[in-house]
Design a protein around this ligand. Sequence first.
Ligand SMILES: Cc1ncc(COP(=O)(O)O)c(C=O)c1O
Length: 385
Amino acid sequence: MRVYFDYNATTPLTPEVADAVAAASRDLFGNASSVHYFGQRAKAAIDEARSAVAALLGGDPSEIVFTSGGTEADNFALRGVADAAEASGRRHLVASAIEHEAVLNTLKALARRGWRTTLVPVDQSGVVAVDRVRAALDDTTAIVSVMHANNEIGTVQPIAAIARAAHERGALMHTDAVQSAGKIVVDARALDVDLLSVSAHKFNGPKGAGALWIRRGTRVLPILTGGKHERNRRAGTENVPAIVGFGVAARQALGKIDTDAARVGALRDRLEREILARVPGTAVNGDPAARVPNTTNISVDRVEAESLLIALDLEGIAVSTGSACSSGTLEPSHVLRAMGFPSHRTQNSIRMSLGAFSTDAEVDRVLDVLPGIVEKLRNLTRRTA
Ligand SMILES: Cc1ncc(COP(=O)(O)O)c(C=O)c1O
């Protein structure tokens, strides 16, 4: 039996998404910019997907710009606002210390261009304090970027309150909702943000498709130069099958968001509760209440997370040490570090993230296998110490 508990890295397609992608790859080969029948069919399919993604985010279809994924959406938000704001003298960016690399490394790139950047710390539960954001703002701040849900620990941030603080100082507000969209209700207007990033492959859509929601009237310059696609906001021939699949995934996610959140949340809670009960020396990282329902991040005392991950993989169980990007390296998690954990705890934490196809049987399998593996690894370190 194979167990996949790494939904925050990526998710499998639903059969409906897979069918829609296959059909679009076969039948909708036209260039959506072409005026003829083939082009117009492709354009109509993109527009239908645009409506579905807008509905998922509580926005208007005209506010959705399709991108190649979450990374590009984050880059577009930050670089696009920076380019538009530069002339006004606003050259300061604020983000939380636990953002995804797509945001953090974009901040670094803008810093090399002369922008000032401030990273706001989080408390030990991984939550950004609104007052700390307020204290970081000044009259030159162009944009504040704080993620809606964190990819490693699942913590959900008080975005609406942070957005209010940003707006009070005349700054724009961006949120990376890549890990919340499709899992919990994401309403861009209720969150009071100006820009919001999403990615299809985090909720059973295809890889290589994402979107930036841009509130009407927000000044953002395109970051790709080229043709007039996406109403002059994102140049490049549209990836029609991926966008179509994105639309189907968005519609499906919206249709079952409450039932799925409850079902997946119950699985996650049982998994977590039983691990804490059966494996001594374990603790949950992150706020237990303010988080997405599918994610748990657990520290296992005296066990290297990488060894645990490999041992679980040998038993057919796929988990992660955190963000997919930092797996494969031994770098401690920047998220757990920002939460103030000592280095041993940042090195002994694993993330389990569940999703649409997760089952009770998978939870049972992990609960059967994990205690023995942990004991074996601890005995090994004891013997070699
Ligand atoms: C919070 C967050 N933002 C952005 C991304 C990047 O999205 P994509 O893989 O679509 O480029 C990820 C993916 O891991 C993520 O978890």
